[in-house]
Design a protein around this ligand. Structure first.
Ligand code: GLU
Length: 500
């Protein structure tokens, strides 16, 4: 029987979670849900020098907002806790010792100065110093010492690290669900540090020990971790543990040019690369949430960065994604990030919201602008939302409902002709005749009047729109007239007659 599906997102809290990290979390989430498994979060905070306190809560808040919170993590179903590596510190030493005792690792006492010297020497010869099988027997390691000598030096408080003893002359063939068989020549690997004398494991050791202890079935993570796979594979072998299955997700690429999407691309082109806003003393980085994106839209566009369901379908609810998600359909090639397309996704989700809910969101925007109104916001939203990508755009699309125009678009004003004032006066007379002031009635009355008097539609409709809106834009004119009401409509026409 295959192992139950248990997957993890294992961020290092070194700053705000990049949108690429969010996609990794999402794919783990989808895979877990699809397979009736568990999605857990482990915080990999062993590198205390890069630790940023607010980053951890940021990660949880972001995933919560997106609706992809973990099943298990700090403070939630702690079956395999603690879920913070800094709190698991005492666990790792015994595993490092185990590797030393079985001959898979060794102590290295080389000082920082010595290593620096070797690096410089190599550089002078146009070479790179690599701590590997070609030099390890010549350096200050336990490989050349007896057990007693090694223990004595450690007991004396000498600075040390524990390094992995990479086997020589092997070609590793490792299966990756997305990339197929990936080959690695062990002679090209260095002897990575696994443990340091300050009592902290490095990423590699802690990651493997925890993935094992937390019964991880699949490791789904970004392509940048592919170079670590041979070491991880060898660590599983050294511990005689079954390795999880690996799946390395394609890079998320810049919108233009080559290379990985970076914060700088976002700053340059004006789009966020973080799910939530991130504030530091140096400034504020934009977030998708604060920029008015619906979480469903963000989930949707992220899901399509490297994955599709094999059809042309682009809009997927989270439930649909869970149903259709398949690691085998993820491609190897990098996925281009397209900020304009992301707006399109938000547009689609905005159209899907019901008008009452949109009106509530719109009300919040109006409150921010200190605009109070008795107008029916649900109706207004239904009239203008078609052109909006974001709730924040609703006001610009509908400002004329709330305020009479203070100026008139110059180009559109060309439609105001000599005979227009007289026609507009007549329009006022017609409007005054209408008792039940609703869009369809207004339309019937005005159109009848134009037909009977043989007045061209354009001669009336365009100046009328200009009077009410200030430009030739906006939804169905008679809906606007109904919405602002008879009195306001007449007032605006009179003002236009005076001004234009
Ligand atoms: N802590 C690593 C990171 O920051 C985890 C990599 C992995 O998933 O193994 O992404």
């Amino acid at each position: 029987m295959s192992k139950p599906v248990r997957v993890r997102f294992a961020p290092s809290p070194t700053g705000p979670l990049h949108i690429g990290g969010v996609r990794t979390a999402l794919f783990n989430y989808l895979f877990a849900k699809k397979n009736g498994g568990t999605f857990y979060i482990r915080i990999e905070d062993t590198d205390q020098t890069r630790f940023v306190a607010e980053a951890e809560s940021y990660i949880f808040e972001a995933l919560e907002w997106l609706g992809i919170a973990p099943d298990e993590t700090i403070g939630k179903n702690e079956k395999f806790g603690p879920y913070r590596q800094s709190e698991r510190k005492d666990i790792y030493k015994q595993y490092a010792d185990q590797l030393v005792n079985s001959g898979w690792a060794y102590y290295a006492f080389d000082t920082a100065e010595k290593l620096d010297e070797l690096r410089k020497e190599a550089e002078a010869n146009k070479k790179t110093f690599i701590y590997n099988h070609t030099v390890r027997e010549t350096l200050d390691t336990s490989l050349l010492l007896s057990k007693e000598e090694t223990e004595k030096r450690i007991a004396n408080g000498e600075h040390y690290v524990i390094r992995f003893k990479t086997p020589v002359n092997e070609v590793l063939e490792i299966e990756d669900i997305i990339r197929g068989t990936v080959k690695f020549d062990t002679n090209l690997l260095d002897d990575k540090v696994l443990f340091k004398s300050d009592g902290m494991p490095t990423y590699h050791l802690a990651n493997i020990v925890d993935d094992h202890l937390m019964e991880t079935s699949h490791v789904i993570r970004g392509e940048e971790w592919l170079p670590s796979v041979p070491l991880h594979y060898l660590l599983y072998k050294a511990f005689e543990w079954d390795a999880p299955q690996f799946a390395h997700l394609p890079l998320i690429l810049k919108p233009v040019g080559n290379g990985k999407l970076s914060k700088r691309d976002g700053d340059k082109m004006g789009f966020p690369v973080f799910p939530l806003e991130w504030k530091t003393a140096e400034g504020t980085s934009m977030g998708y949430r604060e920029n008015g994106f619906f979480p469903e839209a963000v989930v949707n566009f992220l899901a399509l960065l490297g994955w599709n369901d094999g059809t042309e379908q682009e809009i997927f609810s989270l439930e649909e994604l869970i149903e259709k998600f398949d690691l085998n359909r993820i491609h190897k090639a990098g996925a281009k990030f397209d900020p304009d397309k992301n707006k399109w996704f938000n547009h689609q989700y905005l159209q899907k919201q019901n008008d009452e809910h949109l009106a509530e969101l719109f009300k919040i925007e109006l409150d921010k602008k200190e605009i109070s109104t008795s107008l029916d916001l649900t109706k207004i939203v239904s009239l203008v939302k078609e052109r909006a990508n974001f709730v924040t755009e609703l006001y610009d699309l509908s400002d004329y409902f709330f305020e009479a125009p203070t100026s008139y678009d110059e180009k559109s004003s060309k439609n105001w002709k000599e005979e227009t004032p007289e026609l507009m006066q007549k329009v006022i007379e017609e409007l005054n005749k209408i008792e039940d002031f609703i869009s369809t009635n207004i339309e019937t009355v005005l159109k009848e009047w134009m037909t009977i008097n043989e007045i061209g539609m354009g001669k009336v409709m365009q100046p009328l729109r200009l009077s009410l809106v200030g430009a030739l834009k906006g939804p169905h004119l008679f809906d606007i007239i109904e919405m602002i009401g008879k009195e306001e409509t007449v007032k605006r026409i009179e003002k236009a007659i005076e001004t234009l």
